[in-house]
Structures are given as C-alpha cells and as structure tokens.
Ligand binder design. Sequence first.
Ligand code: MOS
Length: 737
Amino acid sequence: MSDSILGKGIDRVDARAKVTGAAQYAAEIAVANLAHAAIVSSPASTGQLSAIDTRAVERLPGLLRVLSFQDAPRLPGAKLQSNPNDRILQLLQDDLILYADQPIALVVADSHECAEEAAQLLSPRIVSHTPSVELASEISRAYAPKTAGPHGPTDSRRGDPDSALQGAAVRVDQTYETPTQNHNPMEMHAVTVVWQGSEHVTIYDTSQGIFGVRKKIAALFGIPVDNVRVISRYVGGGFGCKGSPWSHVALAVMAARVVGRGVRLVLRRSQMFSLVGFRPRTVQRVVLGADRAGKLLGIRHELTSETSRFDEFLEPSAVQTRMLYACPNVATTHRLVRLDIPTPTFMRAPGESSGTFALESCMDELSYELKLDPLELRLRNYAERDEQEDKPWSSKSLRECYRVAASRFGWEKRSKTVRSMRAGNALVGFGMATATYPARQSAASARARLRKDGSVLVQAGSQDIGTGTYTIMAQIAADALGIPVERVTFELGDTTLPETPVSGGSQTAASTGSAVRRAALELRQKVVTLALSDPTSALHGMRVDEVEVVDGVLQSRARRDKKDSYSELMARAKEPEIEVELHTPEKPERARYSCHSFGAPFVEVRVDEELGEVRVTRVVAAYAAGKILNAKTARSQLMGGIVWGIGFALLERTVRDPRSGRVVTRDLADYHLPVNADVPEIDVVLVDEQDPYVNDVGAKGIGEIGITGVTAAIANAVYHATGRRVRSLPITPDKLL
Ligand code: MOS
C-alpha cells in the first residue's frame, strides 16, 4: 500500500455538502403531495388499551387518518402477544401496553403541525396497573438468557476462581452501577416513505443498517426484499439507536400505504427516550484477588442488567473481563431482569463501555490495596495472549499505548497518596484505565467502475454515520487503484448498491473497506491486463508484475518512459466502462487469532470540594487500532468517544418515574450531555500498528474504543483527588459532598 493517500488526514469528501446544506437528510427529501404522520404515545406503561376517543380531532382541518389497533392494517410479519420474544416493534396490532410512551395510535395529516396537534389531543382509555421499572426491586428475579448475543455464552469459567479468590492474599469485592442512558444523535430519527403501487416501497431513512431495514420491512409487510428500497445517504449520528429499524419506520410505511401518499414521520426529541432503545442500567459485582506482588490470581465479574417484558437485549459488560488481563482463574456471568420498560439496545461500545467502568475501577481499588501504581498493576498482569480463547493476538500494542500516554500525560508526577495534590482551592487527581474493543469484520460487497474519462466510481451499500466512511472508502480505492483521491467518487447508502453489513460494532472500515480494496485491486488488474494485450499501448507484451500504477499512470517499473494511463486506455477502449463487483468474505486468517484494539486513557480532574463539582481538565489517550486510514477522522472519532466517556462518568442518566414508568429526563435540559465548556483539551495519540491478519486493510475500527476505559479513568482520578470512591454513575456533586 502506498502511504501517500492511506492514513492521510484529508478533509471529509462530504464536508462541503454538509456545511452548505446540499446533503439531504431523511426528513428533508422532497416528495410531491407529502403527508405527515405523528405517533400517539401511551401515558401508561402497563395494561390494555380499551379505546381511543377521536372526537376532539375529527374536525381538525387537514387530518387524514387516525390508525389504532382497532383499524390498523394487520401486518403478516408482525409478532403478537403470543410470541413474547422478538416483539420489539409495536405496530398497532393488539391492545397490549408494555411500556410508557409505546405507540398506541398514529395520526396522518396534511401537515406536520396538524399531525402533532392531533396526536396531543387524542384521549386513550387504558386499564393499567402499577409498573415495575426499578432494577433493584426485581433483582431477585434475575435470569440467565440463552446467550450473550454475538459475544457467545452468558457465562464463562476458566480454572477455579472460587478457590483462587479465597486463597488470595489481597482481595477486592465491590459492586458498581451504571444508569440507564439514551442515545442523543443530533439528527432525530426520521423517515420519508413513498410507495410505488401497493407492492414496491422506497424508504428514506436515517439508518446504520439499510439492508437490515429492508429485510425487516419486507418481512413485516409480506413482500419480497427486492421490492423494498432503503436510502440513507447522510446520517446525523447513530451510536447504535439507528442500527435496527424501530416501530416508527414500519408505522410510516403502513401510513403511506393507507393514505396512498408519501408520508414523513419525524420523532420528537422526547420520543427518542422511549422509542429507539437505550443503554440498560447495569449492576456489576467484580471480585479481584491477587498475591502481594500484584499478580492476579482470580477474577469474577457478574453482571445484572435490565430488559423489557417482551424481548431480550443484554449489555455484555463482563465480556472484556475474560481477556483483558493474564489470570488463570476467571468466571463471568450475565443475567437479566424483566421490567415494564422498552427493550434496550446497542449503545456505543455496548458492554465494554459499562464493563470497563466496573473492571477498571476495581483494578484501581486493588492497586491501592497493594500500594502499587495503577499502571504498574496493569503491566504486571499484561495478557500476552487471549487466555479465554487460547489464541495469540492478531496484534497488540497496549504496552506502547501505556508508555506513550503515560509519558505525554506526565503520570510520573502523580503523588502516591490520595488528597495530596492541589491547584488553588481544587483537589487534583490523576486516573488511568485500559480501553479495549473487538476488531470485527463481516462479509461485504463492493463495485468499482472505471469510466470513459479515467475517473472511478466506487459503490457499496453501507452507511456513513458521521464517522467518515465516504472519505476513507475513497482513500482506500484511490490507494488500491493508484489514482489521486479526487478521481474517485464513492457512493453509499442505497440498498440497490452492493450489500454490506450494519455500520455498528466498529466494523465498517474493516468490512466494507476490505471489499472496496478488493474491488479496486481487481479493477486495476483488469486495466493493466487490457493495456498489456493492446498492440497500441506502450506496455504491450509486458508481464503484469513489470507494471506499476502511480497517479493514474500505468508504467513499466524498469523504464518509466514506457507508459499508458487510465484515461488514455479508456479513450481507446471499445467498452464505455470497465466494471468489477466482488464479494469479500471475512479474512480466513482471523480464525487463528484474537482480534482487538487496545488503548490507554489518562485523565486529570479537579474537584471543588465545597461544591462537589468535578472538572475533567486534561485527557491524554493513546490507541493502537491497526492501520489508521485517515488521521483526521480517526482523531475525531476517538475524541468523540472520550467526550462521551466524560458524559458517562459525570452527567448522563435517564430517570424513570417509578409511579408511571415514564422517562422524566426527556429533553436535553434534563438529560445532561457534555458541552464544549465541559470538555478540556484532548490529546489523542495514534500508535502505529501493522496487523496482517485482521483484515485486508489492516484497520481494527475506532468507532467505539474511545468511550471505553475513560469513564473508569475519570472515576479513578476523582478517587485520587478526593479519597471518595464513587461506584455508582454518574459522579454528581451530591455523591462527593
Ligand atoms: Mo454501535 S452501538 O455498534 O452503533
């Protein structure tokens, strides 16, 4: 690979379209004769809907339809009460109420304003009972789900953790809690739907997984997948909530069919707290046992988290504990509690974000018990291989991350005792932790097409959720083709393009990137072969390996003056264009290795003791995540993750009213996110790492690792500053007073 394009921190290729407003989002797509839909939310969180009184809205000018369970079309693929699992969508198919703000009716009107007004005016009659929404009060009913989803079994055990922990000279046994949190992308969920007849539908969605939306809608409506086209060219943030289609997508599709017009549905910010998933609350017991020298002898990590009555989602917080440190005796368990709440979902680093808070806080506690530097404790337990999988790492540069970040941060200036560093009136604390996230890859397809003018169009279904997919795919293609990046146009966000996986799990660069690289390499090969067999080409008769491609010029390696070019070749060619489309499976070598990214955040906090206010004043974090494809977008991704870690540690918390089950923190005034004033200078260090096994582009993914570890690092810094160990997030002032 030439390093001239790959890795370079070029500006986003879609930046201009975004800042000029040329980039159209799902709620902005122009459709003739558009109608607007609004969801009526249930005020109760349990019970049965007996009727909806529509008298108040019947004479509203512009009202087209009110749909409820009484008259909504039956969807052939919808799951009902009789099927308690995978009932994740509530589509007006029955009268059951399962959580507060569940959709119970849909209003369709000529204008957005009319639809919203009508939705507020409808009075539902509901027979309900008191909900149970508190994890603590139901924890005795925790059960083991069948699996931890893509993370394998819910329970793991190696060695004999019970005896190891019993015999350990030093032991820490603590319970950590993380609150319910909600995704708050800038762009709210929105969808614009147009049917072509009654069998074909086009859905403009804001989605991390357009092929998943296509499949789900086709199944629900009983039509072939090819009849459903999903388009999502720009996404204003995803983070997991846009990873799968929620009720509003199917309801808009239903409404558009009923009224025979295009329909738009935009969720209100308040509805984002109930209708599109959330990170579930977790309670995590961590037990660590070590010898006096700080060698870990036993680890136990037990997670309990919340899910809905009718479906399962598990936050796999103990998964990283199976592999993060060298230890012969490790047990992990994951348990769920059913509550009268909506079903949770993936939220940025589901598992590792909440899980590293618990594990890495507990490691910090152990370091104080041992009177050992927290970084030194981690180095003494450095895992040279994945002991759970019993495999070598495909690559691991965590030691280098610790070293570089510690040195840039000035970790050696940390005092050994708590409450011993001050700046003016504030207590100062240093904290650190380990960050980790799996380096996933899924099969993907891509197409590359050389056009008459020598430019290349590259296409893959995929999504750019703000991460820079447009940009890095153009860079990967340009690098593989040997042409300037300006000569590449990359298209994505349409199910009529080659199929790719969901943009989740930090896998797009690895998956779609590998497919784009292979398609581009294959196209280059085709072009070179064409030149070699063309009697009018200066390269005629040479062997493929005698030719290189630089800046769009095909030239002999030995004699640079013997050359041809993409554009000249195409000008002479009979074909109007040359096209390659390839499916790229997961790299087979991966099976022999354990593939993960690692990192090390170091944090300084200042705590005002009288006010209990915590300020994060410095962050230095180093990451080794394989090949960095674009230094600029990579740094932004990691910085975004760290900012979220600050929110996780200090601010974010979804509160439900235990009487009604409703979320009371349902806007950005009550649900606190870090703003610029909360965020200090963040120094992100990208540690160079070559990984030949992980996938063809060598990138391990950076969308999620940034949020891991940093929350614990902040909590650890707060302890170092104040001597107060806060084990229940967020660390609000009341917990420090
Ligand atoms: Mo991410 S939670 O896999 O969108």
